[in-house]
Design a protein around this ligand. Structure first.
Ligand SMILES: [Zn+2]
Length: 108
């Protein structure tokens, strides 16, 4: 009699513990490799949608809106400087394996 009471109490205590250890779906998300943050002006680790590889994106800089704004704001002799500064240009991310364009980071 006593042992069955202890058994039922033990089962009542143990049951919620078993349920809480099962409900941990957060760990599954951490193991799936996905894009690390939004695209910026420097290479990022990204999953290529074309060749399905996790690659470090290759960044090409091209003159964007911010480049032309800085160009217009400078004197004639200095107006070409923004075209030489990568920080003022748009950054195009491409896959180094299949050359697919993964995204473009625009300054403005
Ligand atoms: Zn690729």
């Amino acid at each position: 009699m006593n042992s069955s009471v202890y058994q039922s109490i033990l089962e009542a205590i143990m049951r919620p513990c078993v349920q809480t250890t099962k409900a941990l779906p957060i760990l599954d998300h951490a193991t799936i490799p996905t894009t690390v943050g939004p695209l910026g002006d420097s290479p990022v680790q990204i999953a290529c949608p074309n060749c399905h590889q996790i690659v470090l994106s290759k960044v090409d800089y091209s003159a964007g809106l911010l480049t032309y704004i800085f160009c217009g704001g400078l004197f004639f002799c200095c107006c070409l400087i923004p075209f030489c500064v990568d920080r003022l240009k748009d950054a195009k991310h491409t896959c180094p394996i299949c050359k697919t364009v993964l995204g473009v980071y625009k300054r403005l």
